[in-house]
Design a protein around this ligand. Structure first.
Ligand SMILES: *Cc1c(COP(=O)(O)O)cnc(C)c1O
Length: 349
């Protein structure tokens, strides 16, 4: 039950009431929020505070996602709801979260910032959920389980049946991070799990939608849970220009869909090309916009690429990713340069 998972201080919290949320009419004289009445130093008119609940934008995104807007939270990146959920559910120095490494680094960082312990139940050698080990690791202070699918940095979708089993068995919040779902063969799990009190699905405009610089993330969950997120967030967490720019970008859905299929095509082209190279030992299956690639002499390869102005992500210090680089899908000519450099690296040995 949600009320057992939320900290008492959050349950008792009276949220900050912003000036304009106390008046919902259409007044033309606004002397309530200590704004500058003349205009903005920036030459566009940003002198007024943004809508704290982003109602116009949220309505559009809810339609895009096919869910009621009451089940949608908008955050400053999806990193914001990750931090908020930890603060809402976990008592510092007492509770813990559970993650399945190798996975996205922010779950652990957000937990550590809040002095919350992190339980690690590694994925199996094939990067699958170790269901038995996860269920066995849950203790009475485990508040949140983070599941990233498709997983970063491994790229694979995690087993939906195992995720459902965790949702059914766990009396705590299950966060399903779908930052890369737009590139995946399977659809979002949200629709089929939206009735579950303990499920939060995260998505973002940073990847497929190409708006990483604007910072807009989404959390989907029950109305009860979304209400708590709204209560705890900073009142004006999404700025006016971001609300405006994303609203405009939503008109370009067909362009985004085209990019997604192009990225998936390029991903498969790059996979085939990499597999043919002597320096490449393994290319892992990917449902995301990157490939995890195991190479010979990972440090040498990484440095050779960097010396040739090609930057990839070195993941080789992570236990299960020994020898691995994470390569984001780019343009064909960028892939060609990467492949050429890898060829030259082999010849130089
Ligand atoms: C990129 C990424 C995000 C997105 O973070 P934003 O704050 O929305 O930019 C979330 N989760 C994972 C696993 C990611 O790789």
């Amino acid at each position: 039950m949600l009320s057992e998972i939320i900290r008492d201080n959050i349950k008792a919290l009276v949220p900050y009431s912003s000036a304009r949320s106390e008046y919902s009419g259409a007044a033309s004289i606004l002397l309530d929020a200590n704004e500058n009445c003349y205009g903005s130093g920036a030459d566009l008119s940003y002198n007024r505070y943004p809508d704290p609940l982003q109602q116009v934008l949220k309505r559009r995104i809810a339609v895009l996602k096919g869910i009621p807007e009451q089940q949608l939270f908008l955050g400053n990146g999806s990193d914001e709801p990750i931090d908020l959920l930890i603060r809402i559910c976990c008592t510092p120095g007492q509770d813990n979260i559970l993650i399945m490494p190798p996975t996205y680094g922010m779950y652990e960082v957000a937990a550590k910032i809040n002095n919350i312990a992190v339980k690690e139940v590694p994925l199996t050698a094939e990067f699958a959920i170790d269901l038995e080990a996860v269920l066995a690791a849950i203790d009475p202070n485990t508040r949140i389980i983070f599941i990233c699918s498709p997983n970063n940095p491994t790229g694979n979708l995690l087993d939906a049946a195992a995720i459902r089993q965790i949702v059914r068995s766990f009396n705590g919040i299950v966060v399903i991070d779908e930052a890369y779902i737009d590139f995946a063969a399977a659809g979002s799990l949200y629709k089929s799990l939206s009735g579950c009190w303990n499920v939060v699905v995260l998505q973002t405009f940073s990847k497929a939608w190409g708006m990483a610089g604007l910072r807009l993330g989404m959390a989907m969950g029950t109305e009860e849970l979304i209400t708590v997120l709204n209560k705890v967030k900073a009142p004006y967490n999404i700025s006016t220009p971001v609300q405006e720019l994303v609203l405009k970008a939503l008109d370009n859905e067909s362009q985004v869909i085209e990019w997604i299929s192009k990225i998936i095509e390029e991903r498969e082209w790059l996979r085939r090309s990499l597999t043919a190279l002597p320096v490449v030992l393994q290319v892992y299956p990917s449902d995301a916009n990157f490939l995890l690639v195991r190479v010979n002499d990972v440090t040498g390869v990484y440095q050779y690429l960097a010396a040739n102005n090609i930057i990839v992500r070195d993941r080789s210090r992570i236990e299960q990713c020994r020898g691995c680089l994470r390569i984001t899908i780019g343009r064909r000519e960028e892939h060609q340069a990467l492949l050429d450099a890898l060829q030259q690296y082999s010849l130089s040995k």
